[in-house]
Each structure stands twice: as C-alpha cells, then as structure tokens.
Design a binder for this molecule. Structure first.
Ligand SMILES: CC(C)(COP(=O)(O)OP(=O)(O)OC[C@H]1O[C@@H](n2cnc3c(N)ncnc32)[C@H](O)[C@@H]1OP(=O)(O)O)[C@@H](O)C(=O)NCCC(=O)NCCS
Length: 251
C-alpha cells in the first residue's frame, strides 16, 4: 500500500472517536489498498455505487472509486455507530453526496476529494463543509488559467508571489476555491470568479466576497491543510469557532 509522507499532524484516530459540534475532522486515506481490504470495502457499497464503479474504463480508477467510497462508509459508520453497508446517501442537484438520514446526534456533514492515490475526507456537525486536494503537478500557463478563472484581485495577488512560488500558490488558491464551491454544493456550476479568496503572503486564507452568501462572507472559514510534500489542500466550513483534527485512516 502506497501512502504519501504525511505531515506529523496526521495520527491514527482513537477507538472511542467523537466528533463534537465545535470540531471539524479531516481524514487522509490511501486509495491503493491490499486485495483483501479492497474485497472488504467492495462489499459495503450499494448497488448504485457498484454500477457507477463498473462504468470506469480503467481498472485502477474503478478500484480507487470503490476504495474511496468504502473508506467514506467505514468512517461514517464509526461516527454513527452503524454498519457501513447500512448507510444511505442522497445527492444534491449538482451531485454533492449527503446522508439520507440524520444521525441521533445531529446532522453529519461531510465531503471528500481525491487526487491520484490519496483521498481526503472532511466531517462536521450541522455545518456545510467542502474539501479539495490537488497534487502539485506541472501545469504550464498558470497565469493564463488564473487570468481566465480567478478574480482580478486574486490574479494580481498570485502575480505578487515570487516567480519560484507562483506554481504552488496557484494550487493553493485553486484548492481553497474548490473547497468553497464544494461546501456550497454548487460545484463548478458556481463560476470561480463569482467569489474571491485572499491568500496574501504570510496571512491565512479568507473569503472576501461571494455572490452565494451576499452579506456574510465572514460566516465562512477557509483553511489550508498541511498534507505532505507534493500536495495542496484546503477546507471551507460554514461558521467559525471550530477546531480542526487530523486523522489518518489505516484500517
Ligand atoms: C464537484 C466537483 C467540484 C469535483 O471536483 P474534482 O476536483 O474533480 O473532484 P474531487 O476529487 O475534489 O471531488 C470529488 C468528490 O466530490 C463529491 N462531489 C460531487 N459533486 C459535488 C458537489 N456538487 N459539491 C460537493 N461535492 C461534490 C463527490 O463525493 C466526489 O467524489 P466521488 O465521485 O468519488 O463520490 C466538480 O466535479 C463539479 O463541479 N461537479 C458538478 C457537476 C454537476 O453540476 N453535476 C450536475 C448533475 S449531477
């Protein structure tokens, strides 16, 4: 099983794991698991997830989708104290998965993102949440992409980074913006220039304005995640006053 070298913040979760209302939990998992683990996870998927898996052209992508969903079910099952295969998902109009039934301890919100062989999962109670991870792969023309998709201010901020840092900074903006569109559930149907994040060097990220939540951009918290070398990642969470915990999914 391959695993990126994670920042030391990521530790195995305790057996008696609790997600309280003032916490956000982020989990990291490898999408390359042993054959026996793969078989176990496969059995927990619903029929529609199995059908979706079968539509992947490449076996590697099929397996990673199954592992991604299987791990999601395993983690949700822990929080809700039910068998992973018993969980039912429903989908928003733009495809965001959610739990079809509320847990006795309140609504459990979640989101997931994958890049290559790594998946990140975010969980919170009664808060919209979105997460994004991207591997820092080579992309030519980041300036042109930013010019097309980012706001003018974001584009100018990006250009203010030293040239050697611009490529990484581009992915930092990108993951923050994707985490936000995923938290809203609108996905990329929300044009990326309809809202604005700021990542001035040295500062933490903030949502400056958004057409989705007109007068209250400050009711959203954006945060970069420290994953490991070669990745950028971020979460967007509705509301503030929450603490972040990092967990590593191992079994
Ligand atoms: C959601 C979206 C931003 C994903 O971006 P991405 O970088 O390619 O993929 P990520 O790995 O970060 O995230 C994928 C996961 O996000 C979740 N997701 C799907 N749609 C989502 C949405 N609208 N909002 C939040 N999360 C969503 C899913 O769990 C998905 O993983 P899965 O397919 O393995 O279950 C992008 O695909 C999008 O905008 N989709 C919307 C498509 C749409 O409008 N469909 C309407 C008909 S259903």
């Amino acid at each position: 099983m391959k695993m990126i070298s994670l920042d030391r913040l990521w530790t195995p979760a305790p057996a008696n794991l609790v997600l309280s209302k003032d916490e956000v939990h982020v989990w990291c998992a490898s999408l390359d698991q042993s054959a026996s683990r793969f078989q176990q996870l496969t059995k927990t998927l619903s029929q529609d997830e199995q059908l979706r898996a079968d539509r992947f052209r490449f076996e590697k992508h099929r397996q990673r989708f199954i592992i991604g969903r299987g791990v999601l079910r395993a983690i949700l099952g822990r929080y809700m104290n039910i068998e992973p295969s018993q969980l039912r998902f429903c989908y928003g109009s733009h495809g965001k998965p959610a739990l079809a039934t509320a847990s006795p301890t309140g609504m459990l919100d979640f989101n997931l993102s994958h890049s290559g062989g790594v998946a990140l999962y975010a969980f919170a109670r009664d808060r919209q949440i979105g997460i994004d991870i991207e591997s820092l792969r080579p992309v030519s023309e980041v300036e042109q992409i930013a010019d097309r998709f980012f706001s003018i201010r974001e584009y100018e901020e990006l250009r203010a980074f030293p040239p050697s840092q611009q490529h990484n900074a581009f992915f930092r903006y990108w993951t923050l913006k994707e985490a936000y569109v995923k938290a809203t559930g609108l996905g990329l149907s929300l044009p990326l220039n309809k809202f604005e994040v700021s990542l001035a060097p040295g500062d933490s990220a903030v949502l400056l304005k958004t057409s989705v939540d007109a007068q209250v951009p400050d009711h959203w918290s954006l945060m970069e995640l420290s994953v490991g070398h070669g990745y950028a990642a971020a979460i967007a969470v509705k509301g503030d006053s929450w603490r972040l915990k990092y967990w590593q999914w191992l079994t």
